[in-house]
Design a protein around this ligand. Sequence first.
Ligand SMILES: Nc1ncnc2c1ncn2[C@@H]1O[C@H](COP(=O)(O)OP(=O)(O)OP(=O)(O)O)[C@@H](O)[C@H]1O
Ligand SMILES: [Mg+2]
Length: 441
Amino acid sequence: MGTFLYYGLSRIVYASVDSSLLSRAKALATLIHEDKQETEFEFSDDVMWEYSSPKSNNFFQIRGIDGITLEKSASLEESELTYDPKTGPATFQTVLLKGNPIRQINFPIRKEGEGNWRGIVIQCAEAIRDKITLLHTFGLVLAISVLFIMAISAAGGFFIAQKALRPIQDISGAIDRVSESNLAERIADENVPDELKNIASSFNRTFGSLERAFSRQRQFVADASHELKTPLSVIISQAEVTLRKDRDSQEYRIAIAAILEAASMMSLIIEKLLALARFSSDTFTLQMEDVRLNGIIDKSLKLLRPLAEKKRIVFNMPAGEEYSVHGNREALLETFVNIVDNAIEYNVPGGRITISVRKEGEFIVTEIADTGIGIPEGDLEKVFDRFYRVDTSRSRRSGGIGLGLSICSEIIRLHGGSIGIRSKIGEGTVVSVFVPGAVSE
Ligand SMILES: Nc1ncnc2c1ncn2[C@@H]1O[C@H](COP(=O)(O)OP(=O)(O)OP(=O)(O)O)[C@@H](O)[C@H]1O
Ligand SMILES: [Mg+2]
């Protein structure tokens, strides 16, 4: 921009000097007359006054085409304007006159007298030191402005970058502050510019899910300890009370039976906790093979038939197509045992359990429907949570731990499938197990 302005102005200055020189040369040309032998000049004092002294800064010199000086201005004194006989029609040049820069026009004309003509060159010049000084000053001002603008831009850029980076620093500060013990901290997004709001809310979402995961973990440890504490205190109190005095063998038998029951309960809890820990570990993989699903369901029903018969519950599994899934036989058996066990446990005496299998897209869907007490709408989502029992009073009566469905959902997750549950209070519950598979040949 500076370069453009500088050359623009210098073009304007030279154009104006050149046009004034041209009009001076033309004015002089009108005052030259050609006679038979000689050339006459009708220069009045008015005209000459302009060229009277070197200080007037205006010069002229009139030459014949051969370069011989016919007339020159007083302002030139003893010096002469540069003359190159080869110069063509009206040319401009910048030269030095006694060390001072001047702009000069060489303006050839043809003067015709009576029957003959002569070539004459009118040279007009003007000192341009002040104009060159003006241009230099202008160039200097431009250079200073450019430096000044650069300094301001650099400072402004630095300031803007600082301002733009501050929210990022704030965000990283907040991330640093978030540690396991302080997962509740969030990035305050009111001062965050729109461009960074997405990052801030992504981090906040991540912190949120981490916080939930950690609190679930803490809750799990607390629940597990609590569950183990109950049978343990039964064992301790039974032993203490029994040991307080001598007892007959019948009393010992009763006490030991109570201790055995509590210990078995503990063993069951620990077994389920271990299974859950194994299935939900990130590094655990199941040995998978193609297995017949119908066979596994049949086996689970066979295992649980005595339990069902105690409650006069009948199984109903309509004959249908055979399906095979890619999975682990023991894990799938455990899943169906847990689900059918629930269907018996939370059924009414004399109830029914209907098992149906069908193909839906790439999944084999097994539905276990019971005619039991059902699950309230609000609890449906939570039954897969660890240690969750819908109504502790009724579960404790039947001895549930609340881990069965959690184990099922981990196993089915490892199979790349999912479990759904729907229920109506007083009518029954339907558990649907989705496992990838196909109709077997
Ligand atoms: N078919 C069902 N009908 C009604 N309620 C059910 C049914 N299946 C599960 N539930 C409810 O969901 C809760 C969680 O079931 P889950 O199998 O995980 O635990 P549990 O049966 O209590 O204990 P366990 O670990 O011994 O199986 C149960 O306590 C019960 O209240
Ligand atoms: Mg259960």
